[in-house]
Design a protein around this ligand. Structure first.
Ligand SMILES: [Fe+2]
Ligand SMILES: [Fe+2]
Length: 335
């Protein structure tokens, strides 16, 4: 089977120069860019300073232990986890294949193996890496879009970052999983992405919105959901985007969910979103003082407009560090 002849990617060979010596030459001949480290020491630092490395090829000649440890560090560190790691094991170490996979290796090839098969398996590992890169790219594009949309409204600059921060802190305090914390962070950033469909004159209007303008604004959770739905990487944040304006008492939109129908994570986003809205200035009113924020939140908890237990957590956060959460220099407002 012929491999593509264009440059494939950057491969970092780690191991003594005399381990699999013909492999480096074969890789270069097949248009890989190859660099080498003689031992596992220093590889992590190198990966962090050379983000263009696509694949680490570990070729321990003897004693694979430090190489397996290196693999674990690469695959379990979020900064390097997307780099592919492939082992080529000497025949005497073939029994340690399972350990390499437990350490997160993408593939492990025991020798002897035909050079052609090794090259194809490396190419396959690179294909997976490329697919992951494109998911990362999609995430970066959507995040930029979310920030660009927010930038259209002079009064909400920083809103999505703050909402994400509050969401994660509330989530941490109710002990959600790491996966849910990550969804809260991403969901906080993208929750208003559907505002891409709201015209500037409505977004920046100083006075009260007409019923028709309000109905356009109220479409943004569904628009956001529809924008993100085709992207697999955003699947777990869809409920946060669609339901961040739903209310436990059933008064929210767009689906009018009620009680237990409304999941925990969208409830958290709702609390964070409302708090940021009242604690910062808007085109139609100044920011509320800390005392006024407390009154509004307490009333919302009382009427179950917001989840009372989550509001209690936010109030604790306010008690602990009010200056970090609210501009305490602002005047109290009555509405
Ligand atoms: Fe919103
Ligand atoms: Fe928002």
């Amino acid at each position: 089977m012929d491999l593509p002849t264009t440059t494939l990617g950057h491969i970092l060979l780690v191991g003594p120069a005399d381990a699999a010596p013909e492999l480096g030459a074969a890789l270069v001949a097949k248009s890989w860019r190859c660099t080498r480290c003689e031992s596992p020491a220093g590889v992590l630092r190198r990966l962090r300073s050379e983000p263009d490395v696509d694949l680490v090829l570990l070729t321990p000649q003897t004693k694979p232990g430090p190489y397996i440890e290196l693999c674990r560090h690469i695959k379990f560190d979020p900064r390097t986890a997307f780099v592919s790691v492939v082992f080529v094991l000497a025949p005497t170490d073939a029994s340690r294949r399972a350990e390499t996979f437990a350490a997160g290796a993408d593939d492990c090839i025991p020798l002897p193996a035909p050079a052609g098969e090794i090259l194809i398996r490396l190419f396959n590992a690179l294909r997976v890496k490329r697919a992951t890169d494109s998911l990362e790219d999609a995430t970066a594009i959507i995040t930029s879009l979310a920030n660009a949309i927010e930038g259209r409204d002079a009064y909400t600059r920083g809103h999505v970052e703050r909402v994400a921060t509050y969401c994660v802190e509330i989530g941490r305090r109710v002990s959600v999983s790491q996966e849910d914390l990550s969804a809260l962070r991403t969901g906080g950033i993208v929750h208003d992405i559907g505002k891409v469909a709201v015209p500037d004159q409505i977004l920046n209007k100083a006075g009260k919105l007409t019923d028709e303008e309000m109905s356009i604004v109220k479409r943004h959770p569904i628009v956001g959901h529809d924008v993100l739905e085709p992207l697999r990487t955003f699947r777990n944040v869809l409920p946060l985007v669609r339901w961040h304006h739903e209310r436990p008492n059933g008064s929210g939109y767009p689906d009018g969910l009620h009680g237990d129908q409304l999941l925990l994570l969208p409830r958290i986003v709702a609390v964070a979103d409302v708090f940021d809205a009242i604690s910062t200035a808007r085109s139609y009113r100044p920011a509320c003082s800390s005392a006024r924020c407390r009154e509004i939140l307490a009333a919302a908890a009382e009427s179950e407009d917001l989840d009372p237990s989550l509001v209690a957590i936010l109030l604790d956060m306010l008690d602990e560090n009010p200056a970090a959460l609210v501009d305490t220099s602002v005047e109290s407002v009555s509405a």
